[in-house]
Unconditional design. Structure first.
Length: 397
């Protein structure tokens, strides 16, 4: 969630604190206290960090931020006067407890700090010297926490510098030439005999047999099974039938749509229900579909065809129907190299653009599911660049 949130302008932080709820509120509350967004952490830890920061403040600054975090508003003059007086002989924890228990606070879904009954009694009856000792101890603990956070940040920076130095030290010398001998067609034909029990002449079938391992594809496609809705499922561009096989194994007799007549013949012989036509021609006459899948298909479509495909998919779906469109992730460091291996690919489709396109067409609850992690040497701090494939998923509500 934190990666999706941008540092807000200072003038907007008050509006954000009033508007946000749940974990988003506490992320901005942390920003309000420390001036930076937090690292990813559990909600309870985030609340503790906010409390530490709040208790490290003094006087009017403490009261101002306590009011904004608990009551979601700026402190008024009466409140300022009243609580400044209380701060002379009450702990800040007690002040937070009083504000949190007010009638106004009960109506706000915001930060709360409440003392348990034992501490309330102790704070009320113990000497002022004890209170000040405890306050100073808490203050030291808070300062130590801030110091440790600063050291962690410095260590992370130093670690990044060390990694860069190690990379520079690695030998980079390579031979002046590199000769690679290849023999693709023979292996592709062997795969045809294994899959279809005959030789193939079609370029794309031979290409797929070399660069797309059928068993590996089935394993990768299992992640989409939880998103299949209903029994009326259509797999667009079903190819060699990997996903159709997977659906059948899970009790779903889907319809396949495929333009390649050779593949259609093979799948029909295997007992699959396959239509030898293109996606949009099929969808123009279709309705009542629960799920439409198109796995490694949309990158083969021209822009105008893809636009029509998305609209027709929405029209053909039942209410609460789902689409799952998988394609190459061009954001990955390996993305463009993988993409242009296939001469039938039209153009790369960034995940955020496809998500926007689905939402624009009327789909709701949009999700981007990334899969196929890049090799370790290509991993970056940006999660959407660490996967070679993604699927955009949308629902018709």
């Amino acid at each position: 969630m934190i990666e999706e949130i941008k540092n807000p302008p200072v003038k907007d932080i008050y509006a954000l604190l009033r508007e946000k709820e749940g974990k988003e509120f506490y992320i901005y509350a942390y920003y309000y206290i420390y001036g930076v967004l937090p690292d990813e952490m559990p909600l309870e830890t985030l609340k503790e960090e906010i409390l530490f920061g709040l208790l490290s403040l003094e006087g009017e600054e403490f009261l101002k931020k306590a009011y904004m975090l608990i009551l979601k508003r700026e402190i008024d003059e009466d409140g300022k006067k009243h609580f400044k007086k209380l701060l002379n002989y009450r702990l800040k924890e007690e002040i937070l407890d009083i504000i949190s228990r007010s009638q106004e606070a009960k109506t706000k879904n915001a930060f709360k700090f409440r003392l348990n009954i034992i501490k309330k009694i102790l704070y009320r009856f113990l000497s002022c010297e004890y209170r000040l000792t405890e306050r100073n101890s808490y203050k030291k603990l808070t300062q130590e926490n801030i110091r440790l956070n600063d050291e962690i940040t410095q260590l992370k920076f130093a670690l990044g510098e060390i990694k860069n130095e190690i990379y520079e030290l690695k030998p980079k010398n390579v031979a002046k030439t590199y000769l690679q001998e290849v023999e693709y067609i023979k292996h592709a034909q062997n795969e045809c005999k294994r899959l279809f029990n005959r030789e193939c002449r079609d370029y794309y079938i031979l290409f797929e047999n070399i660069f797309y391992n059928s068993n590996a594809v089935i394993e990768l496609q299992k992640i989409y099974l939880p998103y299949i809705r209903g029994k009326n499922v259509v797999d667009i561009g079903c190819g060699r039938g990997e996903f159709l096989s997977l659906l059948t194994q899970n009790g779903i007799n889907a319809v396949g749509v495929e333009t390649n007549p050779e593949l259609c013949g093979y799948l029909t012989e295997k007992g699959f229900n396959v239509k030898n036509t293109d996606a949009n021609t099929f969808l123009k006459n279709a309705s009542g579909i629960d799920t439409i899948t198109a796995l490694e298909v949309i990158e083969h479509m021209d822009t105008s065809y893809l636009e029509e495909f998305i609209k027709l998919s929405y029209s053909a779906l039942n209410k609460n129907g789902t689409v799952v469109f998988e394609t190459v992730n061009p954001l990955a460091n390996t993305g463009l190299g993988n993409f242009y291996m296939d001469i039938t690919h039209k153009k790369p489709l960034p995940p955020q653009m496809m998500a926007f396109w689905l939402e624009y067409a009327g789909f709701k609850n949009i999700k981007i599911l990334y899969s196929s992690p890049v090799p370790k040497e290509y991993v970056t701090p940006y999660m959407d660049k660490n996967y070679q494939t993604y699927a955009v998923i949308g629902e018709k509500i």
